[in-house]
Write a protein that binds this ligand. Structure first.
Ligand SMILES: C[S@@+](CC[C@H](N)C(=O)[O-])C[C@H]1O[C@@H](n2cnc3c(N)ncnc32)[C@H](O)[C@@H]1O
Length: 311
């Protein structure tokens, strides 16, 4: 047998035994002899068997996190042997990833528009589509001193990235969930943005009397009947961050109705929406007298965002 193949098989076996919690001394010796490359291969095989997408990438992120390295630095250490002290926590992380715990929860952070954001079960894991929303907004924010409100702020990603990109803005970050607000505030502190990003508990815009140049929202938009089709990974997000009502777009409609008195003249409403909601929501925006209504697709070609002005 080719020596690499043997190492790989031994590592896989040793890690698998470890995952099942069996630690005979022979296995421990084997585990103590594994290299970074061997562990990456074994972990990635384990995750693949459990149908985790991008298994190898996930394994690299988890090992780099534990060794306090950049992922790319692992490539310079492929031959390094890992100790049992290093392997034990990795087994735990890989096992939990295999059970569908989101990678971002295991790492504790996520990269969003170039910022490192704390991420845990208190709020939704920020999605790449929402990064697209922020990117699309960049060219639409004309007044550098805009007053902005992010409704349903979760971990604070939209509010914080806009505040970071536009240093003269003042940003309100609203959520109905105390847990999400606590996480958002921690993120604001870490990023040094507490002076310009104000977190408030509010049911949509109910607790706010101010007017804004921009109202932006990525509200829950999944219908209750689609619950069954969600992966166990998505179900790690808080239910309050996922479900928008029986149809799915109820909260978005409520916000469209509440928005006009909170918008400056010609103010902008920016929305992230769910699959199949584009046409009915366009009609609703027209009905509520919004103008310059613009629908944008995400990178996968799904109509995902609305930009509309009022007044
Ligand atoms: C889809 S998550 C988005 C979180 C974050 N904006 C993001 O893009 O990652 C929706 C957020 O809306 C909040 N939410 C749900 N119902 C709400 C309501 N009635 N008023 C305000 N926030 C609400 C949830 O707590 C959750 O944090």
């Amino acid at each position: 047998m080719h020596s690499d193949a043997r190492v790989h098989r031994q590592t896989s076996g040793a890690l698998e035994r470890g995952y099942r919690g069996v630690a005979a001394s022979r296995d421990l010796r084997l585990i103590a002899a594994v290299t970074v490359l061997g562990v990456l291969q074994a972990s990635s095989d384990y995750l693949k068997k459990r149908k985790i997408d991008n298994a190898r990438l996930n394994a690299e992120h988890l090992l780099a996190h534990l060794l306090d390295r950049k992922r790319i630095e692992l490539y310079l250490e492929f031959e390094r042997e890992l100790t049992e002290t290093e392997l034990a926590p990795l087994r735990d992380l890989v096992r939990r990833r295999g059970e569908g715990v989101p990678l971002q929860h295991l790492l504790g952070t996520v990269e969003f528009c170039g910022l490192t954001i704390l991420c845990d079960q208190r709020a939704m894991v920020p999605r790449p589509e929402t990064e697209e929303l922020v990117e699309l907004l960049e060219s639409r924010i004309e007044n550098r001193e805009s007053r902005i409100v992010d409704v349903g702020t979760g971990s604070g990603v939209i509010a914080l990235t806009l505040a970071a990109k536009f240093p003269e803005t003042e940003v309100y970050a609203l959520d109905i969930s105390e847990d999400a607000l606590a996480l958002g505030r921690s993120n604001a502190e870490r990023l040094g943005l507490t002076e310009r990003v104000h977190f408030f508990k509010s049911n949509l815009l109910q607790n706010i009397s101010e007017r804004f140049d921009l109202i932006v929202a990525n509200l829950p938009y999944i219908s209750m009947q689609d619950r069954q089709s969600l992966s166990s990974e998505v179900l790690h997000d808080p239910a309050i961050a996922l479900f928008g009502g029986a149809r799915g777009d109820e909260l978005i409609r409520d916000l469209i109705e509440q928005a006009p008195p909170h918008l400056q003249s010609n103010g902008l409403l920016a929305l992230e929406i769910g699959v199949g909601q584009s046409e009915p929501l366009r009609e609703f925006l027209v009905e509520k007298n919004f103008h310059d209504i613009e629908s944008k697709k995400d990178y996968s070609g799904t109509p995902r965002f609305f930009f509309a002005r009022y007044g």
